[in-house]
Design a protein around this ligand. Structure first.
Ligand SMILES: Nc1ncnc2c1ncn2[C@@H]1O[C@H](COP(=O)(O)OP(=O)(O)OP(=O)(O)O)[C@@H](O)[C@H]1O
Ligand code: SF4
Ligand SMILES: [Mg+2]
Length: 404
């Protein structure tokens, strides 16, 4: 993928800087709210700005076995303060979606084949501006970026470095992905602030301590002096979250951040992410294969399968009126207390080989409701409500004998 021309890159980098200044000014003005009512109104107003719009994103890996279409015509939009859960089985393209947003994939073999990832982009021609999280069949070429919006797909690596870890931060399942085993925690945290915020050593140290405290580390002074391997898994995860949040990112992408942790720590980390979202109006993308985690944190849910969105809806609608057979199957696989004495449901079959996707609905080989058309043509979108979208040929939600 070619970088943007130099002149354009300069403009985009300036746009990012302008946008950051605007955010800082907005934060400063919000702090002068003189009455509790004024203060309370601010987050609501701020929630309306779209922060990330992914339009027709296609990411492939070019391997010896052929093109792996890991992300296939994906659309979603996320607004400030909103949290989006992305769920799906292993290999459905959840991580590749987020790594494409931050351009952290190894290129080659990966390549963003098409689409746009608009950071603060405005989209003329959006069919329903009221939709909180949209997914609309509009060709990416027709979508424009209005300054200070930036298309991350064409942004230079220099521009991406200014955004990563600053405006958009990511936390990984394995903290050692972002922590350096050879450097003390203090060095790793303060470097982020010195790089992105040009802070003095002393200021960076005190901000780092403050953030460690915020993520629930009881003795920040001591932890600052340690190397990552000297900390427990839960503490390392907290340090990584602290590092991700140092610059008050507008968007936090969390890729299975709690899977490796025990249940108590898992709950604490999720609570922490929720608090940070509410406190700083940070938008959150939470990737998980655990629908329980989604229920606890997401406002809106994308159900992914074979690189595509199968269903997209507000979180309560996904649980109360799931429409897509794949979503239903995922919900049926959740263990419940009353299922303790029953055999747990497992979705039959395996996800498709992404180098040889079936021509129609990718779920057809495993779907108990499939009919001929499903195997021939990819289904159109159906909207059961303005914020609920389903990619399925069925005209209404299927019913399952015996319920879920
Ligand atoms: N480096 C790579 N080379 C080739 N194919 C890859 C590579 N990385 C990922 N893929 C493929 O891309 C697809 C999507 O992978 P991705 O990691 O996004 O899945 P996921 O939904 O995050 O799964 P999990 O829940 O296991 O983390 C998979 O089929 C995977 O095999
Ligand atoms: S389109 Fe057909 S195969 Fe695909 S989920 Fe719907 S009913 Fe099943
Ligand atoms: Mg993954």
């Amino acid at each position: 993928m070619a970088d943007a021309p130099q002149e354009e890159t300069g403009r985009l980098d300036d746009a990012v800087a302008d946008e950051r200044n605007a955010s800082l000014e907005a934060a400063a003005s919000s702090s002068v709210a003189s009455t509790p009512e004024e203060g309370a109104q601010k987050p609501q107003e701020m929630r309306t700005r779209p922060i990330l719009t992914v339009a027709d994103l296609q990411t492939s890996f070019f391997t010896d076995n052929g093109e792996v279409q890991a992300v296939d015509h994906l659309y979603f939009q996320l607004r400030e303060g909103q949290s989006l859960g992305i769920v799906g089985e292993s290999g459905s393209g959840k991580s590749v979606t987020c790594l494409s947003v931050l351009k952290l994939l190894p290129m080659p073999p990966a390549r963003i084949v098409g689409g746009k990832v608009l950071y603060h982009g405005k989209l003329p021609g959006l069919p329903n501006a009221a939709r909180e999280t949209v997914d609309y069949p509009v060709a990416a070429e027709t979508l424009e970026t209005t300054p200070p919006g930036v298309d991350l797909v064409t942004l230079s690596e220099k521009g991406m470095r200014a955004i990563r870890g600053d405006r958009i931060a990511m936390i990984f399942q394995d903290p050692m992905t972002s922590l350096n085993p050879f450097l003390r925690v203090q060095t790793q945290l303060t470097e982020v602030l010195r790089l992105h915020r040009k802070m003095t050593k002393a200021d960076a140290r005190s901000r780092s301590q403050e953030m460690l405290k915020k993520v629930g580390i009881p003795d920040p002074d001591k932890v600052m002096e340690t190397y990552p391997h000297q900390l427990s898994g839960g503490m390392r995860q907290r340090v990584m979250i602290a590092m991700a949040l140092l610059c008050d990112p507008q968007l936090l992408i969390a890729d299975e951040p709690t899977t490796a942790l025990d249940v108590t720590i898992q709950a604490q980390i999720l609570e922490l992410i929720r608090e940070l979202r509410d406190q700083f109006n940070t938008a959150v993308v939470m990737i998980t294969h655990d629908l329980g985690v989604v229920a606890g944190i997401a406002d809106h849910v994308l159900v992914m399968y074979a690189g595509r969105v199968m269903e997209s809806a507000p979180c309560d609608e996904i649980f109360e009126s799931p429409q897509h057979p794949y979503t239903l199957a995922l919900l049926r696989s959740i263990p419940t207390l009353d299922s303790a004495n029953r055999r747990l449901y497992a979705i039959p079959g395996l996800p498709p080989d992404l180098t040889r996707k079936p021509p129609g609905c990718p779920f057809a080989p495993r779907c108990e409701f499939a009919f001929d058309r499903c195997r021939a043509e990819f289904p159109p979108l159906r909207y059961p409500s303005p914020t609920h979208k389903v990619a399925c040929w069925l005209e209404q939600a299927p019913t399952i004998e015996g319920g879920r």
